[in-house]
Design a protein around this ligand. Structure first.
Ligand SMILES: CC(C)(COP(=O)(O)OP(=O)(O)OC[C@H]1O[C@@H](n2cnc3c(N)ncnc32)[C@H](O)[C@@H]1OP(=O)(O)O)[C@@H](O)C(=O)NCCC(=O)NCCS
Length: 176
């Protein structure tokens, strides 16, 4: 198990976080890389928060700096499948805090939680083929590329490929 000094408080998203989360979602450097690029208003964010707070299929977490409680990013769990023990994961980090290891820290926290506490077998994700920051991050974390969803997403004026990736519990256990 890696023994890093944690710089982040990671916890479930609460109502007091939703404006930070909405502004991050609407930031063009994030929105342009999500599969659904629609902007979210304050009212729709509140309705979404009410729904996701009681959902058994999706969860949202926030990461804040232990030093100063500054919002750093979001971690997503979607399509939580308790029969096949799989879940879709993802993270976004505030622009000014990128390239400082915070996404890595969030993922490492969730690997331990999802594999060791919740017993998941497989973490899934997809990312735009040209999203090299995300693809490099996932490869560095141990995810493997499984294939391409050809021309699955319309972005920047044309259809783009999505890359499917996964991390199995056994992959992670070899080098936790
Ligand atoms: C992808 C993202 C979450 C990475 O967050 P981050 O906190 O900057 O990532 P880390 O600092 O933990 O970086 C870990 C590794 O990822 C890779 N990486 C991260 N940013 C990169 C960049 N701009 N270019 C190339 N590789 C990059 C590197 O391998 C890096 O390791 P290194 O710094 O030792 O070289 C962040 O860039 C982001 O929020 N992007 C916009 C939204 C997005 O793409 N979300 C994912 C959708 S699938």
């Amino acid at each position: 198990m890696k023994n890093r000094v944690s710089r982040l408080a990671i916890r479930i998203m609460e109502k007091r976080d939703i404006e930070d989360v909405r502004l991050l979602h609407n930031d063009n450097s994030v929105l342009s890389l999500l599969t659904d690029p629609l902007h979210v208003s304050e009212i729709s964010q509140e309705k979404w928060f009410e729904a996701i707070s009681v959902s058994r299929q999706s969860k949202r977490y926030v990461a804040r700096l232990l030093d100063g409680d500054i919002f750093v990013g979001v971690f997503r769990l979607d399509q939580i499948d308790l029969v096949n023990k799989s879940v879709i994961v993802g993270a976004d980090v505030i622009h000014t805090y990128r390239r400082a290891g915070y996404a890595t820290e969030m993922f490492e926290y969730f690997f331990e939680y999802l594999f060791l506490q919740c017993g998941f077998n497989r973490l899934n994700l997809t990312t735009l083929e040209y999203n090299y920051p995300a693809r490099n991050l996932y490869l560095k974390l141990g995810f493997q590329e499984e294939g391409i969803e050809r021309l699955a997403i319309f972005r920047d004026g044309k259809y783009q490929n999505l890359v499917r990736m996964s991390l199995l519990a056994t992959d992670w256990m070899r080098n936790p």
